[in-house]
Write a protein that binds this ligand. Structure first.
Ligand code: ADP
Ligand code: MG
Length: 343
């Protein structure tokens, strides 16, 4: 029999990384969420070789104080919640304090930041460790830059699961797309191997965001979508739903956000499917970009580490609200010819 011993922090972080850091796209998701939580209004994402060689994200958020830099890379270190009560109504995208610890345990990570209350910028470096080596002076505008190099360089078993550069980049781009659809008030710039992919300017009004939608999802979607904005029983639903004639053979143009968070939820999917049921042919999928807003206390986001699922306190109410509002909007365009309209 072996004796019991505690895992080293580094190994514990590498194991935890298995849950949240699957591929470059998951790194980008975590880093961008941190930047958004820090109140950034402009995000610059530079990626090399599908994100495997390097991911560099610069934001203009409130930054990290010198004394907190090393702590930011530690597991269970977060500035976002303090008590169990806070967890009941999280408004930030992150709260587990795991992302930076996990990412830094499986990559070479550089974290540079200028805290908004400080005149100086500082940098820490972590090379496959969970703790930074030393805090050094740096030069940086207000905000934070994180560079993640050589993802999985020290975990060959994980590296083997990475796909081609093209595939990894397309996953990564999808993550940026979703976040860009969740925050029209934030500018997003994305480049791959030095080539600019997007430069999305911040727009003031969400409903005037169609330019961004067209850049991300194609002009055709906007030309074939109905807008809606309805409120009832403390719930608000707004966004764009594709005409039944603009259905797809795959469920690949479906974006649903709950309080600004990207969500893939069975209850939501079911409600939308039901609403489209009598206007779509079997096997066709509706297209939509929808935003549901409700009291954060009535939805639990602490279901899964990647936070794609949520749990509604009153699922029935949410389901019926979604179904009836979407069904109503579609009723105005029924009956429709059932041409297919794949892009
Ligand atoms: P979480 O987001 O769950 O708190 P993370 O490991 O992602 O955990 O980040 C740890 C902490 O580091 C955050 O709580 C935040 O205080 C700080 N942090 C990370 N990224 C940024 C950033 N871009 N700007 C400001 N603070 C940041
Ligand atoms: Mg985070």
């Amino acid at each position: 029999m072996q004796r019991i011993h505690l895992l080293s922090p580094r190994l514990a972080n590498q194991i935890a990384a298995g849950e949240v850091v699957e591929r470059p796209a998951s790194v980008v998701k975590e880093l961008l969420e941190n930047s958004l939580d820090a109140g950034s209004t402009q995000l610059d994402i530079e990626v090399e070789q599908g994100g495997v060689r390097q991911i560099k994200i610069r934001d203009n958020g409130y930054g990290i104080a010198k004394g907190d830099l090393a702590l930011a890379l530690c597991r269970h270190a977060t500035s976002k919640i303090l008590t169990l009560d806070d967890l009941e109504s999280v408004r930030t995208l992150g709260f587990r304090g795991e992302a930076l610890a996990s990412i830094s345990s499986v990559s070479r990570l550089l974290l540079t930041s200028k805290f908004n209350k400080s005149d100086e910028a500082w940098r820490v470096e972590a090379e496959g460790k969970d703790m930074a080596t030393a805090v050094k002076p740096a030069s940086h505008l207000p905000g934070t830059t994180i560079e993640v190099r050589d993802l999985f360089f020290n975990t060959p078993a994980r590296r083997k699961f990475l796909r081609t550069e093209k595939t990894e980049f397309s996953h990564l781009e999808e993550v940026v797309k979703r976040l860009a659809l969740s925050r029209y008030d934030v500018g997003f710039r994305l480049s791959h191997n030095g080539k600019q992919i997007y430069d999305l300017r911040a727009v003031a009004n969400q409903m005037s965001a169609e330019h961004r939608l067209a850049s991300l999802l194609g002009k055709k979607f906007i030309e074939n979508a109905l807008t809606l904005d309805v409120e009832a029983a403390g719930l608000r639903l707004w966004g764009w739903i594709g005409l039944p004639t603009f259905s797809r053979s795959q469920a690949d143009l479906q974006y649903f956000f709950v309080n600004g968070r990207v969500v893939k939820d069975k209850l939501v999917a079911h409600a939308v499917r039901q609403a489209y049921r009598d206007v779509l042919y079997n096997g066709r999928h509706p297209t939509f970009v929808l935003y549901l807003e409700l009291d954060p206390a009535t939805v639990d986001v602490n279901v899964h580490p990647t936070k794609h699922e949520v749990r509604f306190r009153d699922g029935r109410l949410v389901h019926d609200f979604l179904f009836s509002k979407i069904h109503r909007v579609l009723a105005d365009v029924r009956p429709q010819s059932q041409d297919t309209a794949d892009l």
